[in-house]
Design a protein around this ligand. Sequence first.
Ligand SMILES: [Fe+2]
Length: 300
Amino acid sequence: MAARGSIVGGALAPHPPHLVYAENPPQNEPRAECGWEVLRWGYERFRRDLAKHSIDVIVVLSAHWQTYIGNHFLGVPHFKSLSVDPIFPNLFRFHYDLKVDVPLAESICERAAQAGVVTKMMRNPDFRVDYGTIVSCHLTRPAWDLPIVAISSNRSRFYYNVEVMQEQMLALGRATREAIEASGRRALLLASNSLSHRHFTVEPEVPEDMSREHIYNHNQYLWDMRMIELLRSGKTREAVDIMPEFVEQSVSEADSGALTWLLASLDFPSQPAELYAYGNVIGTGNAVLAWLPPTPAAVS
Ligand SMILES: [Fe+2]
């Protein structure tokens, strides 16, 4: 008998390709000496905590799959290709091979449409999966042993304004939660985005030269700390309330809607988020933080 599904947990899982580059997985062509250890060790501790829980599927909303008419969902069971970062082809040439939970994607897509969000299933088998989805999923689950549901970022923040983005993401979050509960799946949710996102315009000769890595801008850093403190103290409704201001003032990748969607899907947890790491990548602010149950989820 299919048990009632649930969202096991959720995480802010940023996607700088530099982190995959520095890990040297076999799927990535470029080789690194080291780099961005604090964030990578944070991801490692997140993975260790995650291993205590039983999960069937990862649902990810990525800032780098950008669609202007609604939110799209990967709708093909299997994708295999090469993903090359357009800005950093020297760091990220990743051979991916992933499976999609198409029935769950269809269910979220349909429920969101019923709630008034424009949605579409993406059925092109030759579609190139975006590197945000790939990096966040790889750093969360490098074994690639679980299917994913990948959701695009509707650029409503740009096409309309940040308030429209907020409204749509709250509706999409509710639809995501309802669809997962009806599916019988145990799901982990990932918001694939950085916090503040002002970055360097010149890359060091050695990309992993950590003597060059630092906070880019004090005001952006202060915004990151404010957002992290809200999430760490369980003030997630307040975090959503200040999201428009945060997005405007810190050039945040939360402009993708991913973080608002995550918090809405989790129904605004009052449980403090566990912060695994905060660190900079080419000056951008990145936090790895998660809401996971305090004890292992019951295994049916
Ligand atoms: Fe990004």
